[in-house]
Write a protein of this length. Structure first.
Length: 185
């Protein structure tokens, strides 16, 4: 997917969506003032409200306000994006600097799915992909919880524990090794 989108105006947004699992409104609310090196601070989100239009809101929960350690691929994508689109405010904005509508991002995502020959899926799938990839790679559930801005590790595990097949067997084998060890003489 990323290879197919490498020349797209929203390439860096998709890299972030997969790399850090931010929600679509959080991605659209990112501001250059909240990015420092390999740390991205998520403090606001773009939301469409009836009778008000697009507004900046706080993220979904208090724990959604977070500092995220960026992988190098995300840093590189943001740096390249800033060189191409040197706006001084929002990282992802329209040509005239206003926030991108979540509806327009969704349209772009659906067109991307079709371009790739995929079934059209919710944008939130990228957030789930981030969590899934982390857990399958062995990232601690607590780190995934903090990355996603979940309020508790229990919430993260309730959603994603099915991705950890064999953890019970691995735990039993580790405990067996501990309890079966012969004391050193």
């Amino acid at each position: 997917m990323l290879e197919a989108l490498k020349d797209d105006r929203l390439f860096a947004l998709y890299v972030l969506a997969i790399a850090i699992g931010a929600r679509e409104g959080e991605l659209l609310g990112l501001d250059y003032a909240h990015w420092s090196g390999d740390i991205l601070y998520i403090h606001q989100a773009v939301q469409f409200l009836p009778h008000q239009g697009l507004v900046m809101t706080t993220p979904k929960t208090d724990s959604s306000k977070r500092a995220v350690q960026l992988p190098q691929i995300a840093v590189a994508a943001l740096q390249a994006h800033r060189e191409k689109f040197p706006e001084s405010g929002l990282i992802f904005a329209t040509a005239n600097g206003t926030p991108i509508s979540p509806r327009n991002l969704l349209r772009h995502w659906h067109a991307t799915c079709k371009k790739l020959g995929w079934a059209v899926m919710p944008f939130h799938t990228l957030r789930h992909s981030c969590a899934s990839l982390h857990l399958l790679a062995g990232t601690s559930p607590k780190a995934v919880q903090q990355l996603l801005g979940h309020s508790s590790v229990n919430l993260t595990m309730n959603i994603y524990s099915h991705l950890l097949p064999g953890v019970e067997r691995e735990a039993a084998e580790r405990m067996n090794g501990i309890l079966s060890a012969k004391p050193e003489e």
